[in-house]
Design a protein around this ligand. Structure first.
Ligand code: CO
Ligand code: ZN
Length: 333
């Protein structure tokens, strides 16, 4: 898992330019799915299993894309102005390195401001790609970049850029490879453009028309000094989402997930996240609505270039995902 996660997190894949990550996933799962295809938005869909009596069509989604930046303007001196792709925090940006998809690197600089205590907005920042003038600038309007930061193991923890949501992508890959007999027809969806508003999952869910939806994504934690007030902590097991800003998880799905964890002896945490949402929202609101839940990986420093997860949580999330997909599903009422 660590090697796969290290490989996946280091590939650049800002929203709308997921192709490099997508082909890496394609290579990983080649031969393990019954069918595999890419749709118009750039989602990769892999189907496994045949729906039997009592089986469901299940859509499991993790997003390929990561937050990044897009060039909006290059000035006379070759400095690049940019806009965010997804939730880029100005507080994490200055001094950070970016890498464009064409290989060009850059550092994020700041205009001089009177107020040195708070982070200025992204409009007051620029990317210095080492060009002396506009005509020498190796990037153009519309080029995209991601934050660059290496993968590192720190004790039982892993840090990297793009842990959101390559950890989910890695979990889907492993689940697809290890899933044996299942009464379900499972669509593993590696979705595009989640960070700009769950766009890939929206069209994928419409196309798949699942009976049940499950997103796999990171969630924040409340376990750092004076951090957000939140129950979820690193190292206490995967989280079962109850609610976030964009969805109220189907209570029947929440019960199915927590019961399965209890029966399988897998620790879990109940999650209420007051910020953000996931592909689960898009699946839940697809067509006439789909019973949907979210399996969350606790993650510190979400949307910073150094997102941290716990190796034990990731392993237990895989155990839970496999337990959920292997047995008949009784949602009850
Ligand atoms: Co995100
Ligand atoms: Zn995410």
């Amino acid at each position: 898992m660590q090697a796969l996660l290290e490989k996946l997190t280091q590939i650049p894949g800002p929203s709308g330019a997921e192709h490099l990550v997508r082909s890496a996933v394609q290579q990983e799962i080649e031969g393990f799915a019954d069918a595999m295809y890419t749709d118009a938005l750039g989602n990769l869909l892999a189907r496994k299993g045949r729906r039997t009596d009592g089986g469901l069509r299940v859509m499991v989604a993790a997003h390929l894309d990561e937050i990044g930046v897009i060039v909006t303007h290059v000035d006379e001196n070759g400095f690049v102005r940019f806009a965010p792709l997804g939730g880029v925090s100005p507080r994490y940006a200055p001094g950070g390195r970016v890498r464009f998809l064409n290989g060009v690197g850059g550092v994020i600089g700041l205009e001089r401001t009177e107020d040195r205590t708070s982070a200025p907005p992204l409009e007051k920042m620029f990317i210095d790609v080492g060009a002396g003038k506009r005509s020498d600038c190796p990037v153009a309007v519309g080029d995209v970049a991601v934050f660059e930061r290496p993968f590192e193991q720190l004790g039982g923890r892993w840090i990297s850029k793009a842990m959101d949501d390559r950890v989910g992508v890695a979990l889907l890959i492993e689940a697809l490879k290890r899933l044996g007999d299942t009464p379900h027809e499972v669509y593993f969806v590696f979705s595009a453009q989640e960070e700009v508003g769950v766009r890939g999952a929206t069209t994928a869910a419409f196309g798949v028309e699942p009976d049940l939806g499950l997103a796999v994504d990171v969630t924040m934690t409340g376990d750092t000094p004076k951090g957000v007030t939140m129950e979820v902590a690193l190292g206490k097991g995967p989280a079962v989402k109850v609610k976030d800003r964009g969805m109220i998880a189907d209570p029947r799905v929440v019960r199915w997930m927590t019961r399965t964890a209890e029966r399988s002896g897998i620790p879990y945490q109940r999650e209420i996240l007051e910020y953000g949402s996931t592909d689960g929202r898009a699946i839940q609101l697809s067509r006439a609505g789909t019973p949907t839940g979210v399996l969350s990986i606790p993650c510190r420093y979400v949307h910073s270039p150094s997102e941290m997860v716990d190796a034990g949580d990731v392993k237990q999330a895989l155990d839970l995902l496999l337990a959920l997909l292997s047995a008949p599903i009784e949602l009850g009422d």
